[in-house]
Design a protein. Sequence first.
Length: 558
Amino acid sequence: MGTPETISPPIDKRRIPGLLVLILVFIIALAAVSANAALRRRVQESQQAENSLLRLQMHAYHFSALEWEIIGNPEIYSEIVEDVRNVHYEVDRLIRELEQLDPNSENLRSVRQAHAAYDSAVTEVFGLIAAGDFDQARLVDERQVEPSFNVFSQALESTGATYSAKAKQAESVGDLGTALVLIFTAAAIALLFWRFQKAQVATEVANTEQRALARHRDDFRLLNEMGNRLRTCLTVAEAYDIIANFARPLFPNVSGALYVINTTPGIFESVITWGESQPRLPGSGRELSQDKCWALRRGQMYTSEDSTSHGGLCPYLGQPRPDGYLCVPMLARGETLGVLHLRYSKPPRTSEIQSAEGMVVLKRQLAETVAEHIALALANLRLQEALRYQAIRDPLTGLFNRRYMEETFKRELDRASRRKTTVGVIMLDIDNFKLFNDTFGHAAGDAVLIEVSALLKAHVRGEDIPCRYGGEELLLILLEAQLRDTHRRAEQLRSEIQHLSVQYEGQSLGAITVSLGIASYPEHGATVESLLAAADSALYRAKNEGRNQSVVAQAGGE
């Protein structure tokens, strides 16, 4: 518009060359814009493929988690078979979508081949589970499913990295094209200014989406690693340590806590906290009630936006209240195991994508996935601990069973031999136990056993070994106890049991007495068999000499 006025004379000689230059600049600018648009389309296509791969990786991991859950508990196969089919359908649909987007990609062909191998192995596992061959299903899962899933996951990551590199390369060339557009449009700013602004906005959006995709890739990589480590845990305490280590990188700039159910029904205890403003609950600061927690009452995620719209502000926030928060209930196999709580501060400008609020908005789905994996891991570990408990405990009394006693007793005798220490043995038998069964019934006899066992557990040290030897006979192994201390402990137990008052169906079962045989290592033997025989012989003497007394075994055996 003002360009002709700035051209110096003679105007007639320069007007035509100037116009040609302007037309040339405009043509070059159009060519640069067209090239930039083509590059932007390549970036969008690469990002679309990368986004589809990310969703494919998420569904594949979900499918692997469902298959792992079925392997850990095959009885729930029929309950979640529909979920398995839906996830399988989504994985197959996303692969077809990627192949339509880039039909000649070698990487996508490797993804399809890896998925086919993994799908074949999983199908074989499900067939074995449906046939009831669970041991073979676990063997196939270990030897075929896990390696094929790793190959499939690596193929997805490699393909995603390829598309990310393509997008970066196109972006770098696009930046050069943008610079050329800026240079050439300086002479024709009135014609190209609007186009330049639009290209600038598109570039910013693309960069923002690229950063978000990069964060999502890192999140799922961390999630995958956390899941692998949780599978190797042997105890719940080990799982808590792993969760605490991964919580910070998974939720940066966010404070949080993990609450799990404790021994009291409906009460959840804080086991992990992290971040600068760690949650502090009213009162004890470590427990929350299911009746007062909105997330637990609703059985779904509860956020600060929910409290604003529904007027149900979380009563556990304390002071000062956080700007934003979310609580995700952890559910596994129809049971509520805990709550994942996250809190964050709102930034001064909502456009700051790196802010804590932006991170939480982007990671709500991640929070639900993390809570789901934690719940599943804790449920499996608790099941394993329950099985271990049943393997070493007597189901009626809660004392150690005879098998555990024999293995532990031998180990402790070996340790006592090396350290030159003593071990006390008390064999205890309830007097006239058959009378309880004959008079009141076997359930009453069980009640007597339970009460005596509870008293025994309450009056031993942490290192002592109380166990049920057989029938109404109980055994107590006292580590590093002299013979006189063992005798004194036996008399204390006899006196305490004599004062027990056991009620069954509102009726008192009368006085309970016990006879006790006492032996000690090394005075009465150096092996499990000899010590048990000495204590049993002493118990036999206590019975013959009138019951309700403790007798020490004779040195050298009887």
